[in-house]
Ligand binder design. Structure first.
Ligand SMILES: NC(=O)c1ccc[n+]([C@@H]2O[C@H](COP(=O)([O-])OP(=O)(O)OC[C@H]3O[C@@H](n4cnc5c(N)ncnc54)[C@H](O)[C@@H]3O)[C@@H](O)[C@H]2O)c1
Length: 255
């Protein structure tokens, strides 16, 4: 088991890729803190982990709220003694032409998709520094690497996540803390892909089909595909890998 004895906080772990990370990490022996803003989905994921004989606790916190984030980190240390791994995963977007977006929308997108990452990373770093051990994995997006129409503010925020992660890697490498960024492309079975299908069913189906066609591996990602890349950066398999960006989009975005 690759995470035996490790303590991992995963944000936005009630659905989609965060849930897949939580289930995989527990299977690999980690004690998992399942964070979300929605208590029902937290309870469901904690139950799945416990039913499979894994160890998990739920913690409802809005990652854009620093007080709530600090309370989550304090509770994790009180219950499990330390934080070894952070997967800063919570994120959200709504596809909109740039000219139809406004400052309120930009603030919402930046609050969750950029500032929240700074919140959780800054909150876990003191414990990681004390322990001289830390694995930080941020979830970016290929939109942050290549840009994507209808996702201008989100792409800008995710580009910020990538450079933030590289900076944390450079600033904290000597303390044996690694920071890497996983960049998914469109991933099936997530709330974002479901919301897209519900909002504009015809266009979304067409778009998904086009992406499938131009993806070298000929299919869309599943949350479990992404979780395996996150596990690599969260485990000691990546002991000398830091400041790196890895796309999990079947070859759609190449460096
Ligand atoms: N779905 C995709 O196709 C896709 C593509 C590229 C990148 N991403 C990124 O991958 C990550 C995971 O996305 P997903 O599609 O699996 O998401 P999802 O919507 O399926 O799940 C995200 C979870 O985060 C929770 N959440 C939302 N706001 C929160 C907050 N303020 N505090 C705590 N939890 C919060 C939600 O309740 C939800 O359970 C995100 O960072 C997203 O931007 C997704």
């Amino acid at each position: 088991m690759r995470l035996q004895g490790k303590v991992a906080i995963i944000t936005g772990a009630g659905n989609g890729m965060g849930e897949a990370d939580a289930l995989l990490f527990a299977k690999e022996g980690a004690k998992v803190v399942v964070n979300d803003i929605n208590q029902d989905v937290i309870d469901a994921v904690v139950k799945k982990i416990k039913d499979a004989k894994g160890e998990a606790m739920g913690f409802k916190a809005d990652v854009t709220n620093r007080t709530e984030v600090d309370a989550m980190v304090a509770e994790t240390i009180s219950r499990y003694g330390k934080v070894d791994i952070l997967v800063s995963n919570a994120g959200w977007d709504q596809l909109k032409p740039f000219l139809h977006t406004d400052r309120a929308f930009w603030d919402k997108i930046f609050g969750l998709n950029l500032i929240a990452h700074l919140n959780v990373v800054q909150a876990v770093l003191p414990n990681m520094l004390k322990n001289k051990y830390g694995k930080i994995v941020t979830i970016g997006s290929d939109a942050g690497r290549t840009g994507n129409p209808m996702e201008a503010p989100y792409s800008a925020a995710k580009g910020g996540v990538i450079s933030f992660t590289k900076t944390i890697a450079r600033e904290f490498g000597r303390a044996n803390i690694t920071a890497n960024c996983v960049c998914p492309g469109i991933t099936e079975g997530t709330r974002l892909s479901k919301e897209m299908l519900e909002a504009v069913p015809d266009q979304a189906l067409k778009m998904l089909e086009t992406v499938r066609k131009v993806t070298p591996m000929g299919r869309l990602a599943q949350p479990e595909d992404v979780a395996k890349a996150v596990l690599f950066f969260a485990s000691d398999d990546s002991s000398f890998v830091t400041g790196q960006v890895l796309s999990t989009s079947g070859g759609l975005a190449t460096p």
